[in-house]
Design a protein around this ligand. Structure first.
Ligand code: HEC
Length: 434
């Protein structure tokens, strides 16, 4: 069960488990079927036959009959499987309306049950219809009007300084600072890749970038004090402070960012008190608060001021666990859960098939420091022979312990290609292209 709990730092393990196991992936193969075909009648709005199928607990509890609806490991004893596998004209078949499930869907659900009915901790299913309605409602909400301003000399100088990586790291280690698109002055800045080298003073030039629109400070060493540098970034719509030391005083610094729409506070020290600083951000839609100090109570309070905000606190169980536990899980886990925290592959096309990559099929190599990561990135073919497999504990170049934030991530289109690559990385490495 714990396998599916995900974190950013799980990158190393993703490659390994995607390659080593071939189990039915609930999120990919089962969840969608339940959400599209079952939850409307067996969910929070209606519970036909007194049965809900939107949580594992409810599904295990079963419905009005004595029959077990879900017997993990035993599809033959699970009413859920028996009902979907009935002949199309049988009066008890589920779903009772519309086409029966396809052979493939039925097979996958059977396999999923026989493999133990793995269901991510605390995951609550939402009917496809409700999901679409919520999405449509969100699309109708007003958006901030961001005005580009002429690029001042100070802004030009600040962009040049950041893009050179001056003072931050040696060699390749510069933050990414670029226009959001070809025809805009709005700026996207990403310090995540430079990660642990970035301290408060390094982000000072941001204060001069008036067109700053999206900013990723995730995995950096910035503190709440450093956020003063962006306290007047009024064009900012998207900000990530994930995996930083940000606390409530940090949110106080940025409370005036009235156009912010998305804020990532994953694994920060922010609590309900800090969340209250966001109440004037009238365009705020998404707050990621998994593994922070934010509770349901703080969320309820914020929603009084911002009814449309969606605060994602992740899995309840994971949040309640002590720190030690969390660290372990990060190593073992297998699947990234949130879009925000997904590791990003270096390449866009699968080096084996040439097809588009699946962001869940990754091969991640860890390094001890930016220098080794930089050397590897410059010429992967030269060093690949030293890479023994994904999820390495020692840096392939220096043999020192790895720093989990220093990774070279290769994406694949499917588990087969990932498997082929893993068997003989040097055969395919030359095809790994940006
Ligand atoms: C249109 C509404 C509707 C949909 C959609 C639907 N069901 Fe049902 N389901 C019912 C009704 C009504 C009953 C109670 C009557 C019965 O047992 O046949 C029921 C009963 C059941 C039962 C028996 C509960 C018990 O106590 O034994 C199971 C299992 C079940 N449904 C599974 C599913 C699954 C799995 C899906 C999706 C693949 C699904 N249902 C989709 C209406 C629905």
């Amino acid at each position: 069960m714990r396998k599916i709990i995900a974190t950013t730092a799980a990158i190393g393990a993703i490659g390994l488990s995607a390659w080593a196991e071939d189990k039915v992936d609930f999120a990919k193969s089962v969840q969608g079927v339940f959400e599209a075909r079952c939850i409307d009648c067996h969910g929070p709005k209606k519970a036909k036959g007194e049965l809900r199928l939107d949580t594992l607990e409810a599904t295990l509890k079963g419905g009005e009959s004595e029959e077990p609806v879900l017997a993990p490991g035993k599809s033959g004893e699970s009413e859920l499987f028996k009902r979907i596998a009935l002949k199309a004209d049988h009066e008890d078949i589920m779903p009772p309306k519309g086409d029966p499930l396809t052979k493939e869907q039925i097979e996958l659900i059977k396999k999923w049950i026989d493999e133990g009915a793995n269901w991510p901790n605390g995951l609550v299913l939402v009917s496809a219809k409700d999901r679409a309605e919520a999405k449509a409602a969100a699309a109708r909400l007003p958006e901030p009007e961001i005005k580009e301003v002429p690029v001042s000399d100070a802004e030009k100088a600040a962009i040049a300084k950041l893009a050179s990586g001056e003072g931050i790291g040696e060699n390749y280690a510069a933050p990414l600072v670029m226009a959001l698109a070809q025809d805009t002055k709005l700026i996207y800045a990403n310090f995540r890749l430079v990660g642990k080298n970035v301290k408060d003073k390094h982000i000072a030039p941001l204060a001069d970038i008036q067109n700053l629109s999206e900013l990723d400070l995730g995995n950096t060493q910035i503190t709440s004090a450093g956020l003063a540098h962006i306290s007047r970034a009024n064009s900012l719509t998207k900000l990530s402070l994930a995996n930083t030391a940000t606390d409530d005083s940090g949110l106080k610094q940025i409370e005036g960012l009235s156009n912010l729409m998305s804020l990532n506070l994953y694994n920060t020290k922010v609590t309900d008190a800090g969340l209250a600083s966001l109440k004037d951000m009238k365009f705020l839609r998404k707050v990621y608060g998994w593994q922070s100090g934010i509770t349901d109570k703080g969320v309820a309070e914020l929603k009084k001021a911002l009814p449309n905000v969606d605060v994602n606190l992740g899995f309840k169980l994971a949040k309640a666990e002590p720190k030690e536990e969390k660290k372990e899980e990060k190593k073992e886990d297998s699947k990234p859960e949130k879009k925000e925290t997904k590791p990003v592959a270096f390449n866009k096309k699968c080096p084996v098939s040439g097809k588009d990559i699946d962001p869940a099929k990754l091969f991640a190599v860890g390094f001890c420091c930016d220098n080794c990561l930089g050397d590897f990135t410059k010429d992967p073919a030269k060093h690949i022979a030293k890479v023994k497999g994904p999820d390495n504990k020692k840096c392939p170049l220096s043999d020192k312990d790895i720093d989990p934030s220093k990774q070279f991530v290769i994406g694949f289109c499917c588990g087969n290609c990932l498997g082929d690559f893993t068997k003989d990385p040097s055969k395919h490495i030359a095809k790994v292209k940006k």
